[in-house]
Write a protein that binds this ligand. Structure first.
Ligand code: SAH
Length: 262
């Protein structure tokens, strides 16, 4: 092959869901893309931002569809860049927060492909924000942690040391819907109060956003009772009470306005 120009790969975070929560830099990369490689959680509206000629590759999971392995995705990014194309790898939230962006970056670096990481707003902070929950708050929560709930906590051990996270003021759990009962159990066993306020935010920032408030002790039954399905973010900690109070105040203000108007 003659000295063909190698294209650049942009690892772009699309933000938590609403299409206008992508960064300006991410949008510009998308508008200049020859190829877009995207996942299930990337907002579909954003695909229209790529030029009409751009190739679009879906590599996410879907029932009854072929699931691309990480190796296949890496190979696709490398192959398309080697054809001299500008490639946007669009991922939900931030590419480096449970997005396997790190693995793709390493594969690109090893293949000598130029790349740029464009951070995105992660659902770990945007989903709580959508429910008026600040992940840190002076004198309430000086720290927060983001953990995956995907690691089935059989014995509360495994990759995630639930006992250690039980002491973090604000705990944000991604991918935790399915294992919510075991997660709550492990945290309570490690000393977290079953009365600790909890919020579950599904489809945050999207028109079908759903917010439910519970306690750690009632987390799993609240998820079941409200029919909450992924993608959902679970927030555990005293900051959750701020969110529920603010929402109650906002509702009261609205009710007063309606009363005054009638
Ligand atoms: N890279 C993504 C996270 C990918 S893991 C990010 O930074 O946001 C997928 C998990 O993210 C989901 O299981 C859910 O816990 C969370 N998530 C993604 N989008 C969400 C949304 N719109 N509302 C609530 N949680 C969301």
């Amino acid at each position: 092959m003659m000295n063909q120009r190698v294209g650049k790969v942009y690892l772009v975070g699309s933000g938590p869901g609403a299409p206008d929560l992508i960064t300006v830099r991410g949008l510009r990369a998308l508008q200049a893309a020859d190829v877009v490689v995207y996942d299930r959680l990337a907002p579909p509206e954003l695909l229209d931002e790529a030029p009409p000629h751009a190739l679009r590759f879906y590599v996410g999971k879907a029932p009854g569809r072929h699931v691309c392995s990480q190796e296949e995705i890496n190979a696709l990014l490398i192959e398309q860049a080697r054809l001299g194309r500008t490639v946007v790898r669009l991922k939900g939230g931030d590419p480096f927060v449970f997005g396997r962006g790190g693995e793709e970056m390493v594969a690109l670096a090893e293949a000598g492909i130029p790349f740029e990481v464009v951070p995105g707003i992660t659902s770990a902070v945007a989903a709580p924000a959508a429910a008026a929950i600040p992940v840190t708050h002076r004198e309430v929560a000086p720290a927060f942690a983001v953990v995956t709930g995907h690691e089935a906590p059989d014995k509360c051990g495994g990759l995630v040391e639930w006992a250690a996270y039980a002491r973090v003021p604000t705990l944000v759990v991604l991918m935790g819907v399915r294992n919510s009962a075991q997660i709550a159990e492990c945290l309570i066993a490690a000393g977290r109060s079953p009365d600790e306020p909890v919020a579950i935010i599904a489809n945050a920032t999207l028109p079908d956003q759903q917010v439910a408030f519970a306690t750690l002790g009632t987390l799993a039954q609240t998820i079941a009772a409200n029919g909450i399905r992924p993608p959902a973010t679970i927030v555990i900690g005293e900051v959750v009470a701020i969110g529920s109070q603010v929402q109650a105040l906002a509702l009261a203000t609205l009710a007063n306005a309606v009363a005054r108007a009638s």
